[in-house]
Design a protein around this ligand. Structure first.
Ligand SMILES: Cc1cc2nc3c(=O)[nH]c(=O)nc-3n(C[C@H](O)[C@H](O)[C@H](O)COP(=O)(O)O)c2cc1C
Length: 473
């Protein structure tokens, strides 16, 4: 089978560029207007993209005076998108650090039911500094501790999603049996961070579990990704580092007994598209010229866990000595690494660095014609740097419209991108298997409600039958 490219739309404010919200090509709708997000999801679906994705930060940050942020909460947003779309995958970010596993498992199972199996969960540990104080902590929880919780969190939610067999609901009005309690079980998890009895209080969803998406690329983040991720968002400014990352993840996953094809890797790409190279560069320049160094400095400081850069001259060339060591940063270590590598390689002035981060915060940004964008996509895809891309339009919706109308057809003509949707779930779209329940791995029994059949070994786990569920309320 020929390998097909995957494309995800990353929705962010009125576009990924920091100044996009002031641009004529940006939506006039409020960031709290659901019709804006519905319109984007429908556009992405009409172009046959795999999925749309919403990030989330658990604190407002300090730049609100000059940056358009404060959009809708992603889980709620997906529920509203699921009812106006039919085929496109929907991915929401939710934090393992500041959510309880039982809440999160219910929400994502509900979304997967509502959407007919189109949901992905972007698993994050929440890097923003202001998050801790919003959840009862004096300060942000440290990087290592956040990941320690994340590993256990995944164990718990996975058990919760598996706590119902696919055929547990009978809904048999004649016999009066609604569900088979032998096919629903407690999880009785007791670990260092979480104590959860279970079972979940709703049936297993169409995909069994949402697609596990992950976006942290530090050393610990990669270990986590190799174990759990099924799709990975990542930021690379150079094809070579993207190839090294791709190989590293797939090698680690194989060492853990996973099949490398069951993880798709989607680097970020922010394409500034013009009908000529000059026009594309003019759009990019115009956006950069609107940017405010004070906003850029606040964002840079955030990326480095609150480090102060304000004493640096805007027009002096930077060196890595101006930055804290990325492995000691308590925010997102991988993004700190991307930024310091850029400084080591290009020695930009602070002003130039702020301009390049204003575009897409350290993701790969390129200005060019549709053909040139398609060339880059094809080159990275064929070179083993990517299974597809996380598309981050600098201005929404105008630059996304250009992407769907002028870049996607070129990719299609080159045989890289689909001409019709395959399957109905996000797992099918990404070429991922549906996981069997760890407690009820056998096939569905005839007569059970629903039409989903799990893949997996045919023998039921006898130990799973031992703890019938207590009476549900
Ligand atoms: C495309 C992309 C999207 C991300 N979205 C979020 C997000 O919505 N919320 C968040 O807290 N972190 C987000 N992150 C950051 C990571 O998920 C991760 O929490 C952070 O990078 C810290 O992990 P690390 O030190 O392993 O890189 C995103 C990263 C990438 C590449």
């Amino acid at each position: 089978m020929t390998r097909k490219l995957h494309l995800n739309l990353f929705v962010h404010g009125r576009g990924h560029h920091e100044t996009a919200w002031r641009h004529d090509g940006a939506t006039p709708l409020a960031l709290t207007d659901i019709s804006y997000y519905q319109q984007l999801a429908k556009m992405a679906e009409a172009a046959l993209l795999d999925s749309v994705f919403f990030a989330d930060a658990l604190a407002l940050g300090e730049e609100i005076g000059h940056v358009a942020k404060g959009g809708l909460e992603p889980v709620t947003t997906l529920a509203a998108l699921a009812t106006v779309t039919e085929r496109i995958g929907l991915i929401a970010t939710a934090s393992t650090t500041y959510t309880e596993p039982y809440n999160l498992a219910r929400q994502f199972a509900s979304l997967d039911h509502i959407s007919g199996g189109r949901i992905g969960w972007n698993i994050v540990t929440s890097w923003v500094q202001g998050a801790g104080p919003n959840f009862g902590y004096d300060q942000q929880i440290e990087h290592a501790e956040r990941y320690a919780r994340a590993f256990e969190f995944l164990e718990v939610v996975t058990k919760l999603w598996d706590s119902w067999a696919d055929d547990a609901v009978l809904d048999d009005r004649v016999s009066g049996r609604y569900a088979d309690p032998e096919r629903i079980r407690r999880i009785d998890h007791a670990g260092r961070h979480y104590k959860v009895a279970g079972p979940l209080n709703l049936p297993r969803s169409p995909q069994g579990r949402p697609v596990f998406v992950q976006a942290g690329s530090s050393t610990t983040g990669r270990r986590f990704a190799a174990q759990y991720a099924e799709a990975i968002f990542t930021a690379h400014l150079e094809k070579e580092t993207a190839i090294a990352f791709y190989e590293d993840i797939k090698t680690h996953a194989a060492a853990l007994g996973r099949r490398p094809g069951q993880i798709i890797i989607l680097p970020g790409l922010s394409p500034v598209i013009g009908s000529t190279e000059e026009e594309a560069h003019r759009i990019w320049r115009d956006l950069n010229e609107l940017s405010d160094p004070k906003v850029g400095l606040a964002r840079l400081s955030n990326r480095f866990g609150g480090h102060d850069f304000s004493h640096l001259d805007l027009d002096r060339r930077l060196s890595v000595d101006d930055f804290p060591d990325p492995v000691r940063v308590q925010a997102a270590q991988s993004r700190a690494q991307v930024i310091t590598s850029l400084v080591a390689r290009e020695r930009p002035t602070l002003r130039q660095l702020l301009h390049s981060l204003a575009g897409a915060r350290g993701h790969f940004t390129v200005a060019g014609t549709p053909e040139r964008i398609a060339d880059i996509v094809e080159d990275w895809f064929r070179s083993g740097a990517a299974d597809g891309f996380n598309i981050m339009p600098p201005i929404l919706p105008s630059q996304f419209t250009v992407f769907t109308e002028q870049v996607v057809p070129v990719l299609r003509k080159r045989g890289l991108f689909r001409t019709e949707y395959e399957g109905s779930t996000l797992r099918e779209r990404y070429g991922l298997e549906r996981p069997a329940s760890q407690f009820f791995p056998g096939p569905r029994r005839a007569g059970a409600r629903g039409s989903v059949s799990p893949r997996g070994p045919a023998n039921e786990d006898a130990s799973a039958r031992k703890s019938p569920v207590t009476e549900a309320v």
